[in-house]
Design a binder for this molecule. Structure first.
Ligand code: FAD
Length: 509
């Protein structure tokens, strides 16, 4: 039987980054994926000529060099190019009005001036001025080069030279982002807006959201030259590039291959057994599964070695989804992205209060048949699992509840495309049960609800010497840039710091 150096459970972006880096360094890698499509929550699927997205739609910092985005850095390392389409505009539908908003320094200030007046513009300026040195500090310390679990003395010396001039900024990075907001923003719209962006990134309100992640985002979105990027072909193109990076260096990916258990001998992992009974052996195993599913793969007697706190993690809520194919006739100025907020007072964590839409065929016509557009909409991590968990998708109670709760989507879309109901070619609705089924996530959750105010996400090490974790349940947390970094950290642990630093030097990190 073939023995692999490393087996990775799951082909989410974290697992693919980990596997492709390890393969680049000569390791014999196998990635075993439960679903028939790779990419985890970033997978896409095709139907009737449409390419439907299932997860991430906001991409930035991948197509430029240098970049602070770990995914952009990993693609560079793998020498994989993805064609990215630049764009700037969003449509915003909030209680204050319905308007287009470009990323960049001036457009948002102009919008604040129109909506809220000069005092609020000044508040925003002082807020951005405080974030700037933080963004600079973070961009000086590439995430990929400094995994918190492997920082050594020479790293500390190296880092302190970057920190010294900004030493007063460090305590700010350790708190939730909301404390910066409290220092500068009184305007309710601005506070709500930052809270919303924080929630979209982390699944947590601004006081619980990581300041480093938000400072990076603000640097990318509110600079004079800012723009967003959409991969041509959708997230599938990013997934394909990572798989190409894996395979061209001898790595393997098997789909529809759900792992039933991770095997152990003498307190070390020895490989995996799939649900179909096939066993693969390896020297190391990396779990790209979420914290709860990872536990299910480990026998109880081994699991006892985890601290009880590490096994008791709160989860973020789940999602409602809509996928539409619709007639594009006469719709000339559609936004690629729209965000809809019904009522700020209900709060950003309230169910069915917020919806996010993307229509990638606005930028990439090949994602939909001629004369059509393709749309993915979702309510971001605020749909409770508990109201769905006992329902049977075949029964009318489920079907009726799905129609009722997903009505938020067409209600919101009518504000963008008034005759949307008459244009629909395909409509698919999804609930937390759908999300769980196609992403294999625990309770369809966005990930761990870990507050940045209380500490960092757990690292990629486990109590088992040759078993590691990567993905949205590990440091730095949820989101594409974060899971990409986590995949690189797990790879670093396996190949060793020295070899990892050597390959990073190739791309001047
Ligand atoms: C609707 C939505 C929109 C989002 N939008 C954005 C965005 O715009 N920008 C952004 O940066 N982030 C966004 N995110 C977050 C980001 O997409 C995720 O944090 C990230 O993709 C998670 O990657 P991961 O590496 O943790 O793996 P996951 O995507 O969770 O993948 C894990 C993989 O493991 C597989 N698996 C599970 N159990 C087993 C098993 N037993 N055997 C084999 N395989 C198994 C699963 O099938 C899955 O493929 C969004 C997420 C969602 C859900």
């Amino acid at each position: 039987m073939i023995k692999y150096d490393v087996i990775i459970v799951g082909s989410g972006i974290g697992g693919l980054c980990c596997g492709s880096i390890l393969a680049l360094l000569g390791k014999k890698v196998l990635i075993s994926e439960a679903h028939s499509q790779p990419g985890g929550v970033a997978h896409s699927f095709k139907m009737k000529g449409y390419t439907f997205e299932s997860g991430p739609s906001l991409w930035s910092g991948i197509g430029k060099w240098p970049t602070t985005n770990p995914l952009g850095q990993i693609l560079k390392l793998l020498e994989e190019d993805v064609e990215l389409i630049k764009y700037k505009g969003w449509q915003v539908i909030v209680p204050e009005g319905n308007f287009n908003l470009d990323v960049g320094k001036e457009p948002f200030k102009q919008r604040i001036q129109l909506l809220r007046g000069e005092k609020s513009v000044k508040e925003w300026e002082s807020f951005i001025a405080e974030i700037k040195p933080l963004s600079k500090l973070i961009s000086d310390i590439p995430l990929l080069s400094f995994s918190p679990e492997s920082i050594n003395f020479s790293d500390i010396i190296n880092l302190s030279s970057k920190f010294l001039s900004n030493i007063n900024q460090l305590p700010k990075i350790n708190k939730g982002f909301g404390h910066l907001v409290d220092n500068h923003l009184e305007d309710t719209f601005l506070r709500n807006w930052v809270n919303l962006l924080s929630f979209l990134i982390s699944g947590m309100p601004m006081h619980e959201t990581n300041t480093a992640a938000m400072a990076t985002l603000f640097n990318e979105w509110f600079e004079a030259e800012s723009y967003l990027e959409y991969p041509k072909g959708g997230s599938e193109s990013i997934v394909k590039a990572l798989i190409n990076g894996l395979k061209k260096n001898g790595g393997e990916l098997i789909l529809s291959s759900k792992v039933k258990t991770i095997n152990f001998k003498n307190n070390l992992s020895t490989g995996i057994t799939l649900e179909n009974g096939i066993t693969f052996n390896s020297e190391f195993v990396v779990m790209n599964t979420d914290a709860w599913n990872s536990r299910k793969l480990i026998p109880n007697e081994i699991c006892k070695r985890w601290k009880p706190k590490a096994l008791d993690i709160n989860k973020c809520d789940s999602f409602l989804h809509i996928h539409l194919g619709f007639d594009s006739d006469g719709l000339e100025d559609l936004p690629i992205h729209s965000i809809y907020v019904d009522n700020w007072e209900k709060g950003i964590t309230a169910a069915r209060n917020i919806a996010v839409f993307s229509i990638p065929s606005v930028l990439d016509k090949e994602m939909a048949p001629k004369g059509k557009h393709v749309l993915h909409g979702y309510t971001p991590a605020n749909e409770p699992w508990e109201i769905w968990e006992k329902l049977d998708p075949k029964e009318s109670t489920y079907k009726n509840l799905k129609e009722e709760r997903c009505s938020i989507f067409l209600h919101a879309l009518r504000k963008i495309i008034p005759d949307i109901d008459q244009r629909i070619d395909i409509k698919m609705l999804g609930t937390p049960l759908t999300h769980k089924k196609f992403t294999n996530t625990y309770c369809g959750s966005y990930g761990p609800a870990l507050s940045a105010a209380e500490g960092l996400f757990p690292g990629c090490k486990t109590p088992i010497k040759n078993l590691f974790a990567c993905g949205a349940s590990t440091f730095p947390g949820i989101g594409i840039p974060a899971v990409s970094a986590s995949g690189a950290y797990a790879a670093e642990k396996i190949i060793g710091k020295k070899a990892f630093k050597t390959i990073l030097k190739k791309i001047e990190l």
